[in-house]
Design a protein around this ligand. Structure first.
Ligand SMILES: C[S@@+](CC[C@H](N)C(=O)[O-])C[C@H]1O[C@@H](n2cnc3c(N)ncnc32)[C@H](O)[C@@H]1O
Length: 408
């Protein structure tokens, strides 16, 4: 175990300029722009950045730019960065321009939308804010072990309370040397090096694929024109995707109401809002073959998974990666399906759900319908009334509620 030194004052001064963008940093309940894990990772990285070469530093999961901006300040000429959520990507770009003195310096951070060779080829130092899910960590570890330089060091940091022994095992399966640093301000880093030879050549586990035969899924995916029900629906899921390659219970409950969704004659444009693995988008494309379906999510992994899930089922849809459907025009949808998030970044929060309701209200045409499923205890009906229009409970059990909101 090693104990990191304090951050150099020049770095502290730069980090002090970062904001939890788009907040201005004054909201008491808002996240901080630079957390203890960022500081720990940068302290550990300080000795390694100079040896990583001009383009050898890669940052994964940067929250608000502290790691990317920090690595540049520690001496990296360029940083390659990947963040799953498009709003985090925007926050990194915003803070880089703000903290480094202008867009030109911010151009020293190149963003990649996937865990691919363009991101990781030749990487010698990878800084990672540990994801919550083991599947996401597994996909990241697979990609680093496969594409990075064979002398790469992976520094993976997180809050001690969120770290589990299983994370060490995921790294240990792909790297010969894994150790933990001392904890500092309740954060700790795992340090992995020497990718295992088999991890560099073995077929990756991700994205995972599954063949689903859930009755609700097959019934909902049956064309309303009276065509045959599909015998199965295939799903492809990257590690960061909600529910992985399985049908989520809430989504299953939403699909069980499909017989009451609008008929094909009323659906020219349908949207899967927060598409995850793309099962709902696939259902919409198969159910309404004449309609134009769009699947939207802020997550790069979700959009890539949806693209692959649609293709695996011979279905087509438009894809949009944006925050709360910002990429979709006003009044452009006849039906929107939504299983809203109950997390925003690491925090349990209903803010994200409310922003999705507002998005549905914006993109629906008059008379269009939002079909939404949520945990019954959340009592979202009043919010849906306000954000979209008159809302009724269509189905309810102790766990889930499905509502239909009609845009006035
Ligand atoms: C509960 S999951 C539902 C996924 C999928 N529709 C399903 O039913 O399995 C919520 C989805 O919303 C996405 N999401 C969360 N916040 C978002 C935001 N601000 N803008 C767009 N998508 C968001 C997440 O990435 C996630 O894929």
């Amino acid at each position: 175990m090693t104990s990191p030194a304090a951050l150099p004052p020049s770095l502290t001064a730069v980090l002090d300029r970062l904001l939890p963008w788009p907040d201005d940093g004054t909201r008491a309940d808002a996240p901080v722009a630079v957390d203890a894990t960022d500081r720990l990772l940068l302290a550990e990285a300080a000795a390694l950045v100079p040896g990583a070469g001009p383009a050898g530093v890669v940052v994964l999961g940067d929250r608000f730019g502290a790691l990317s901006v920090g690595a540049l300040t520690l001496g990296a000429e360029r940083v390659r960065s990947h963040t799953d959520a498009v709003d985090a990507e925007a926050a990194v770009a915003h803070n880089a321009a703000r903290a480094l003195g202008g867009p030109q310096d911010a151009d020293r951070i190149t963003t990649s939308g996937a865990l691919d060779p363009a991101l990781l080829d030749g990487a010698r130092l990878v800084l990672l804010q540990l994801p919550k899910g083991l599947a996401e960590l597994t996909e990241i570890a697979e990609a680093v072990a496969r594409y990075a330089s064979d002398d790469v060091t992976l520094l993976a940091g997180g809050r001690v309370k969120h770290m589990t022994r299983a994370m060490n095992d995921v790294l240990g399966d792909r790297f010969t040397a894994v150790h933990a640093t001392l904890a500092r301000s309740k954060s700790r880093a795992l340090v992995a090096s020497s990718p295992r030879p088999e991890a560099r050549t073995a077929d990756p586990l991700h994205p995972v694929r599954a063949r689903l035969t859930d009755a609700e899924l097959l019934a909902a995916a049956t064309p309303t024109s009276g065509g045959e029900a599909p015998g199965h629906v295939d799903v492809v899921a990257h590690g960061a995707v909600f529910a992985g390659a399985a049908l989520d219970h809430g989504s299953r409950f939403l699909l069980s109401t499909a017989a009451r969704w609008p008929g094909a004659e009323r659906v020219r444009d349908a949207v899967d809002l927060g598409c995850g693995s793309g099962l709902v988008a696939t259902v919409l494309a198969l159910r309404y073959p004449e309609a134009h379906v769009v699947a939207t999510d802020r997550s790069a992994a979700a959009v890539a998974s949806t693209r692959a899930t649609l293709a695996a089922n011979g279905a087509t849809a438009g894809l949009d990666r944006s925050d709360a459907a910002a990429g979709l025009p006003d009044a452009s949808a006849d039906v929107v399906l939504l299983n809203p998030p109950f997390h925003d970044r690491a925090a349990v929060s209903t803010d994200a759900a409310h922003r999705m309701f507002a998005a549905a209200g914006r993109i629906l045409r008059p008379g269009g319908e939002l079909w939404c499923v949520y945990n019954t205890r959340l009592r979202f009906r009043g919010s849906l009334n306000r954000a979209v229009g008159p809302t009724e409970h269509v189905a309810q059990d102790p766990r889930f509620t499905v509502t239909r909101s009609r845009k006035a």
